[in-house]
Design a protein around this ligand. Structure first.
Ligand code: F6P
Length: 324
């Protein structure tokens, strides 16, 4: 392998820049050329490439987002789109691709590798932490800290006014952000996509905490929670059933995706960026590099995409016990 392409795709995550930097610098260290591809798979189709050297990635480690930009490319989902991408890669003399993103990114990468026998390696980066085979994804730790900081602030005002707050956090399919930030910020209840606790149980639990002397409450709701109600409907139901609580809803939104990456995410991104180039040079194919027990591991892309959810049931118990 003499020339590697690198791109970021799907929802951005803090630490993506640190991962690109590590890929670029590992290439420089190994005397391999590195090409940055803008706007993910869309840039691959549109031939939006730029040569990157060790100095091109100066001062990016602390920056959130991705300087290569990101996109969700509909065209790459078509055979014609992928053919254009393949032709562009061949013309640019690129012989392997590092794709930084989540399961959509890996799915596209695996289809591409299978179709054209072109080496693609994945680096997991998404704030949702919803990739199997890696303990953590790049961006998750930063997002958790952003969420906890925001909830702490909301708690101040909630307790001044004796209010109940419903706070929506990201996580379309995974409750890792909700569950961990909920425990970290001392939420009374946490609703996640992996389990439907039922609205009745929620109401019972809120009545119990009211009786036990709580005057304000925080409920963290993952955007993909399975109660079948959206956060505003939940607020109405609670208001109807617990009339004496004043209720407010706060949707944290994309604030969770931005910001300077935490040190943990910078180090994780650096380890995985170097690990990805190492794995390519060892000739590994169809894999993602992940982190397990602090070590970089190779995981089949198939497993990363379709593997079992990492939901830790013990965390639910911890959340229930620590919120009595
Ligand atoms: O990055 C994953 C995620 O944060 C999901 O939790 C969320 O549903 C989604 O991105 C929203 O992304 P966008 O606004 O870019 O479509």
């Amino acid at each position: 392998i003499k020339r590697i392409g690198v791109l970021t795709s799907g929802g951005d995550a803090p630490g993506m820049n640190a991962a690109i930097r590590a890929v670029v610098r590992c290439c420089a260290f190994q005397n391999i050329e590195c090409v940055g591809i803008y706007r993910g798979y869309q840039g691959l189709i549109e031939d939006d490439f730029e040569e990157l050297n060790a100095r091109s990635v100066r001062n990016v480690i602390s920056r959130g987002g991705t300087f290569l930009k990101s996109a969700r490319s509909k065209e790459f989902m078509t055979k014609e789109g992928r053919e254009k991408a393949f032709v562009n890669l061949k013309n640019a003399g690129i012989d392997a691709l590092v794709v930084i993103g989540g399961d959509g990114t890996f799915t596209g990468g695996l289809i591409f590798e299978n179709e054209f026998d072109f080496p693609v390696i994945g680096i997991p980066a998404t704030i949702d932490n919803d990739i199997s085979g890696t303990d953590f994804t790049i961006g998750y730790d930063t997002a958790l800290n952003t969420v906890v900081e925001a909830i702490d602030k909301i708690r101040d005002t909630a307790s001044s006014h004796n209010r109940l707050f419903l706070i929506e956090v990201m996580g379309r399919d995974a409750g890792d952000i909700a569950l961990n930030s909920g425990i970290g910020a001392g939420a009374e209840e946490i609703l996640i996509p992996e389990e439907n606790m039922g609205v009745d149980r929620l109401l019972e639990s809120l009545k119990r905490s009211r009786k036990s002397g709580k005057t304000s409450s925080i409920i963290v709701v993952a955007e993909g929670d399975k109660s079948g109600k959206n956060i505003f409907e939940l607020a109405e139901i609670i208001e109807e059933n617990l009339g004496d609580y004043e209720i407010r809803v706060s949707v944290l939104g994309h604030i969770q995706r931005g910001g300077s990456p935490s040190c943990y995410d910078r180090v994780l991104a650096s380890k995985l960026g170097v690990g990805a180039v190492d794995a390519l040079l060892r000739g590994e194919r169809k894999i993602m590099v992940g982190i397990h027990h602090q070590q970089v591991v190779s995981v089949p892309l198939e497993t990363a995409i379709k593997g079992e959810a990492k939901f830790d049931k013990n965390l639910r118990r911890v959340a229930d016990i620590t919120s009595v």
